[in-house]
Ligand binder design. Structure first.
Ligand code: NAP
Length: 286
């Protein structure tokens, strides 16, 4: 039997805790604030940013959306980031990806104050994650949300074989680090991996984050494995599907996240959770 991991239900639980934390901080005179900067009119990005703003406001936070024209220069964007870096009402800064070609994305990531790096992509925070550094720092929200899902369903990575398909900075690499820190034995696969499907079949925990619709099917899954589908892809009919063929995976996997309703709701809930933590930590360190 396959258990379907209910990302919406877990996200609701995380959001409830965030709302309580916001109320507690308010008692201390702190209102967690997030600034989301968006450059250009990419329709998917517009939807993501709108959802983030709506959720932050609903949870009682201060939320700013800075919409910039597609012609924005690197210098202009850097100066806006500097503005939010020194704005005490903002605890988390997020620059929505993708950025137009004239902008050097890694430089933008570097420009965000690591203490306000709500995405956890700054090399300082990535370095802390890789070294399993003690103390407080933000961690990429999608993989962190996946760790919350595993914990909620009682799936302990310790001693398990984990395969992460995808090596992006946003998902694959931080996911592999989190699983390693949680004592799984982790293999990272990518587009140059040979015999991907045989490798996938060795996984007790299989995380798929490639952007290739239905790359993994039931035949590629070890019976009883936990399958985490990060993909947000469109099939030939324009329907939202994952990187895993859900129908054939059902009955083989022990646990599986659906698309939609699995990892997606957790990403935004974890982003809100991180914003509140950054607000809390800013008070501790200053
Ligand atoms: P990305 O930056 O494009 O990275 C994709 C990764 O998949 C790369 O490492 C690539 O390998 C690998 N890959 C591509 N084709 C492959 C193949 N045929 N076999 C094995 N590996 C392959 O994408 P991303 O930002 O990590 O996102 C991945 C997916 O997750 C997308 O569908 C995205 O929309 C979704 N996503 C969802 C959420 C959420 O909240 N649900 C959040 C973030 C992303 P190379 O490195 O060799 O090119």
């Amino acid at each position: 039997m396959t258990t379907i991991i209910d990302g919406k239900a877990v996200a609701k639980k995380v959001n409830a805790a965030t709302q309580t934390a916001v109320a507690e901080l308010e008692q201390q005179g702190i209102k967690p604030g997030i600034a989301v900067i968006i450059v250009g009119e990419d329709p998917a990005s517009q939807i993501y940013v709108r959802n983030k703003n709506r959720k932050a406001t609903k949870l009682g936070m201060h939320s700013v959306v800075r919409q910039l024209p597609v012609t924005t220069t690197q210098a202009e964007l850097l100066s806006i980031i500097a503005e939010y870096n020194s704005d005490a009402s903002i605890h988390g800064i997020l620059v929505q990806s993708p950025l137009p070609k004239q902008i050097n994305e890694p430089l933008i990531t570097m420009a965000i104050d690591p203490k306000k790096d709500v995405d956890g992509f700054h090399p300082t925070n990535m370095g802390k994650l890789i070294t399993n550094f003690p103390g407080n720092y933000p961690v990429a929200n999608t993989p962190r949300g996946i760790m919350t899902l595993l914990a909620e369903y009682g799936i302990d990575p310790a001693g398990k074989q984990a395969v992460v398909i995808g090596r992006s900075t946003i998902v694959g690499k931080p996911m592999a680090a989190l699983l390693t820190n949680a004592n799984a034995t982790v293999t990272v696969a990518h587009s140059r991996t040979k015999d991907l499907k045989a490798l996938a079949r060795t996984a007790d925990i299989l995380v798929v984050a490639t952007g290739i619709a239905h790359l993994i099917t039931g035949a590629d899954i070890k019976p009883g494995a936990t399958v985490i589908d990060v993909g947000m892809d469109r099939d030939a009919d324009g329907k939202l599907v994952g990187d895993v063929d859900f129908d054939s995976a059902q009955g083989v996997a022990g646990f599986i996240t659906p698309v939609p309703g699995g990892v997606g709701p957790m990403t935004i809930a974890t982003l809100m959770q991180t914003t509140v933590e950054l607000a809390k930590w800013s008070d501790l360190s200053e």
